[in-house]
Ligand binder design. Structure first.
Ligand code: SF4
Ligand code: F3S
Length: 112
């Protein structure tokens, strides 16, 4: 089991989540982060830190974002050379994108 970054992170990438993570399980893409299910210790500390409410327990990912369970696992491997362990500036238009409902088509699979 692990925690999962879902669609609200896309185009926002606030990165508050990485500051509280006791292990190094966040990996960075161009416009979102993912959690490596192999590294996550299920502490849940990152969940309340995300301004976009993008992080869920794997068992509680809303149905419309279930695809992100597999996406986090796959992209964490593909982005293995782009770990992120410290907070940085959010993407410039993060506040405008935070409440946009459907952002799947904007997800970039390019590592940061
Ligand atoms: Fe890190 Fe804990 Fe969040 Fe997993 S649940 S990503 S270990 S802060
Ligand atoms: Fe993304 Fe939220 Fe972290 S927007 S980068 S999951 S703080």
């Amino acid at each position: 089991m692990a925690f999962v970054v879902a669609e609200p992170c896309v185009k926002c990438k606030y990165t508050d989540c990485v500051d509280v993570c006791p292990v190094e399980c966040f990996f960075e893409g161009e416009n979102m982060l993912v959690i490596s299910p192999d590294e996550c210790i299920d502490c849940g500390a990152c969940v309340p830190e995300c301004p976009a409410e993008a992080i869920f327990d794997e068992d509680e990912v809303p149905e419309q974002w279930e695809e992100y369970i597999e996406l986090n696992a796959r992209l964490a491997e593909e982005w293995v050379d782009s770990p992120i362990t410290e907070k940085k500036d959010a993407l410039p238009d993060a506040d405008e994108w935070k409440d946009v409902e459907s952002k799947r088509q904007h997800l970039s699979e390019t590592p940061a």
